[in-house]
Design a protein around this ligand. Structure first.
Ligand SMILES: *[C@@H]1O[C@H](CO)[C@@H](O)[C@H](O)[C@H]1NC(C)=O
Ligand SMILES: *[C@@H]1O[C@H](CO)[C@@H](O)[C@H](O)[C@H]1NC(C)=O
Ligand SMILES: *[C@@H]1O[C@H](CO)[C@@H](O)[C@H](O)[C@H]1NC(C)=O
Ligand SMILES: *[C@@H]1O[C@H](CO)[C@@H](O)[C@H](O)[C@H]1NC(C)=O
Ligand SMILES: *[C@@H]1O[C@H](CO)[C@@H](O)[C@H](O)[C@H]1NC(C)=O
Ligand SMILES: *[C@@H]1O[C@H](CO)[C@@H](O)[C@H](O)[C@H]1NC(C)=O
Ligand SMILES: *[C@@H]1O[C@H](CO)[C@@H](O)[C@H](O)[C@H]1NC(C)=O
Length: 413
């Protein structure tokens, strides 16, 4: 029976030496605050059809460094992307020359995979981000490598310009996630069928400003921020970071409840998008030869350890991400405990595509783990790094931090 299964898997892999990839990447979607519980369709169409990696982590809990790592299979200290500013190498010329050509999408393209890429990188922020106050000061835009669409400006859900092949198109009422779904379906319908494809869809959800689609406005009227054990918890025997003010959250945390509820509501449109993409793949009869990877660039916290809301921190809420993968040879409905980190995503995709993993990548291919029936539980050390953002003006004096603009923005002592 086992042999037969193995043979079957080998045959599938052999026949389909160059599978397609659909990579759906959400923004700031936590795992620990139960964001996946509102994504029934994704759980059914990707999760139950494939593997769910329970121990998936990013190696940098912030957008641009993490996305750069996911694209290249290299740690932030090797991509040089240390924060969301151009000066921190986010989409800098250095990145464009030294990393982008070697991103997983470009490596696949060189090997004859047609792809569309919708990616999100961040431009230099005018305002420095304060270390303690959770200010979103970054200015983000989405950039496309080949025949893709990119959002101009900050993360937004309505009333934005989208650049389609470099030409800006204004949208007032089209919900961005829905537009991405439409573009994805167009791409799949009109794709060049002479070879496989790699499609990335990077959604604005569940990033600030947390605007749900109008139709989802009041989907969860009674939902409140998750009161898990670390919610509003402060203690003097924890890290200095956790001991930073405020010491307690106020009694009225309506604002946190709203953030939580709105975030969950933004994900409903993502869930619908996943369903539309899967159904389209099915209609086109290419679902069986397509890997679907669903994940997020970093997690999020809302009230844990008395911190209002954000990512950027070395705790589980911020570094754990959802990771669901379905596709040829992936056993159905398996929850896998094997650790999977952001650096392993690019090597695994390359390996699944039959391309050898370049030695400069820090991650390793987890193809064998992915295709195995086992719910593995191999212990592994994972490495997480981030240098913080700030200025002498905003760094909290009582923190053991030192500002050093010549080198890194802030170094932890
Ligand atoms: C980017 O990273 C490289 C290597 O770490 C560094 O030499 C360079 O100064 C950084 N900044 C920019 C804007 O390229
Ligand atoms: C965008 O460019 C690609 C590749 O050049 C092309 O196939 C596609 O039709 C273009 N899309 C639009 C909407 O112009
Ligand atoms: C869209 O682009 C136009 C032309 O560049 C600009 O005038 C307008 O302010 C932009 N709108 C938004 C919402 O970014
Ligand atoms: C949803 O909420 C937004 C923001 O409060 C509002 O502008 C919009 O009209 C609402 N839509 C519906 C269908 O209630
Ligand atoms: C947080 O803890 C403080 C101190 O115990 C308490 O006064 C406040 O009501 C709590 N807030 C919430 C939302 O639990
Ligand atoms: C997936 O597995 C879970 C628990 O292991 C089970 O409850 C569920 O019914 C399974 N779903 C499918 C579609 O097989
Ligand atoms: C990002 O990193 C660069 C290089 O270390 C630094 O000059 C810049 O101030 C940092 N940006 C922020 C917002 O901290």
């Amino acid at each position: 029976m086992l042999v037969l299964k193995f043979l079957l898997i080998s045959i599938i892999i052999c026949i389909d030496a160059k599978p397609n990839f659909v990579f759906i990447l959400t923004d700031d979607q936590d795992l620990r605050l139960n964001s996946m519980t509102v994504m029934d369709k994704t759980l059914e169409l990707v999760g139950a059809k494939g593997k769910t990696f329970e121990n998936a982590f990013v190696s940098s809990p912030i957008c641009c460094p993490s996305r750069s790592t996911i694209l290249t299979g290299k740690y932030a200290h090797n991509t040089g992307v240390v924060n969301n500013s151009i000066s921190g190498n986010c989409s800098s010329v250095y990145w464009q020359q030294n990393s982008e050509p070697y991103s997983v999408a470009n490596l696949l393209k060189k090997r004859g995979l047609h792809h569309v890429l919708r990616w999100k990188v961040s431009k230099r922020s005018k305002n420095r981000v304060m270390v303690r106050k959770r200010v979103e000061a970054k200015n983000t835009y989405r950039r496309a490598t080949t025949g893709g669409s990119a959002l101009e400006g900050n993360s937004k859900y309505y009333n934005y310009n989208i650049s389609v092949n470099g030409t800006g198109v204004y949208h007032e009422d089209d919900y961005l996630t829905d537009l991405l779904a439409d573009h994805s379906l167009d791409f799949l319908r009109n794709r060049d069928t002479s070879g496989p494809f790699f499609m990335t869809v990077a959604t604005p959800a569940a990033h600030a400003p947390f605007t749900p689609a109008n139709r989802h406005n009041d989907s969860f009227p009674d939902l409140k921020a998750l009161r898990n054990p670390s919610f509003n918890y402060s203690s003097t025997d924890k890290h200095w970071l956790i001991q930073m003010p405020p010491k307690h959250l106020p009694e009225d945390v309506t604002i946190l409840d709203n953030v939580y509820r709105n975030r969950q509501e933004t994900l409903l449109a993502v869930d619908e998008m996943v369903e539309r993409i899967v159904k389209k793949l099915e209609d086109l009869e290419i679902l069986d030869e397509t890997y679907i990877i669903f994940s997020s660039d970093n997690g999020f916290h809302i009230g844990q350890f008395t911190q209002p809301w954000d990512k950027r921190e070395p705790y589980e809420t911020d570094i754990r991400i959802p990771l669901l993968i379905s596709g040829p040879g992936v056993p159905a409905n398996v929850s896998d405990r094997h650790p999977f980190t952001a650096i392993d995503i690019a090597p695994t995709i390359l390996d699944l595509a039959g391309i050898s993993v370049p030695s400069y990548m820090d991650g390793t291919s987890l193809k064998d783990v992915l295709l195995s029936d086992e719910a593995g539980s191999i212990a592994k050390h994972i490495f997480v790094e981030y240098w913080g953002e700030g200025s002498p003006r905003t760094v909290e004096k009582s923190c053991p931090w030192e500002y050093d603009d010549e080198n890194l923005a802030v170094s932890v002592l």
